[in-house]
Design a protein around this ligand. Structure first.
Ligand code: AMP
Length: 208
């Protein structure tokens, strides 16, 4: 199962990806998580990416494409993967197609999770993430309900940055919905429903 998850920031891609990974044991490739880990570790990649991320802008295509190519080569990605937050531009989508075809692999589906932008602003500004296991919760979670770790607010989950991320999504990423529709890979899901219902729709749309 090789899947791309599309949707605005805060649409629920990370949450749905975590469920799929837990149930089907495939690799979760989140470019946002990879970049945040690099920022935390203070690597040259992290130093380069941080200013873009803090402003809600996209990290340059060449950087992100290189990360994904490397990640697709790792052992755990050989039995299937979920790309979460990649591709985000048409250059990235074309690079992904070309990398997969050179690996003799192909996408099974592009799942677009749709949520109204104003609902996303409310969701993201109250989102809290576990520092230890990455669990995605809300301001109501004082500690992580999964592992007891500390919950924190991501630097880019403030309202100004969230609105910029939504603008960037509308301009650079939303056109990929038509791209994948044209490839006959698109499935669209209503992401405004409770998490369990969204997950049931994702599985039913993928016939899994
Ligand atoms: P996310 O966790 O997916 O919301 O990503 C957080 C931030 O990381 C984004 O706002 C971008 O700055 C950067 N980022 C993640 N994925 C990509 C990508 N595919 N292309 C460019 N920038 C990305």
């Amino acid at each position: 199962m090789n899947i791309v998850l599309l949707g605005a920031p805060g649409a629920g891609k990370g949450t749905q990806a975590a469920r799929l990974v837990e149930e089907f044991g495939i690799a979760h490739i989140s470019t946002g998580d990879i970049l945040r880990a690099a920022v935390k570790a203070g690597t040259p990649l992290g130093l380069e990416a941080k200013s873009y991320m803090d402003a809600g802008e996209l990290v340059p295509d060449s950087v992100v494409i290189g990360l994904v190519k490397d990640r697709l080569g790792e052992p755990d990605a050989q039995n299937g993967f979920i790309l979460d937050g990649f591709p985000r531009t048409s250059v990235q989508a074309v690079a992904l197609d070309s990398e997969l075809s050179s690996l003799g692999r192909e996408l099974d589906a592009a799942v677009a999770i749709n949520v109204d932008p104003e609902a996303i602003v409310a969701r993201l500004t109250s989102r809290r993430t576990c520092r230890v296991c990455g669990y995605i919760g809300s301001v109501k979670d004082e500690t992580c309900p999964k592992c007891g770790g500390e919950m924190y607010q991501r630097d880019d989950d403030n309202e100004t940055t969230v609105r910029n991320r939504l603008d960037v999504y509308a301009k650079a990423t939303a056109p990929l919905i038509d791209y994948y529709r044209g490839c006959d890979l698109l499935v669209e899901i209503d992401g405004s429903l409770p998490v369990d219902e969204v997950y049931a729709s994702v599985k039913s749309a993928l016939s899994i």
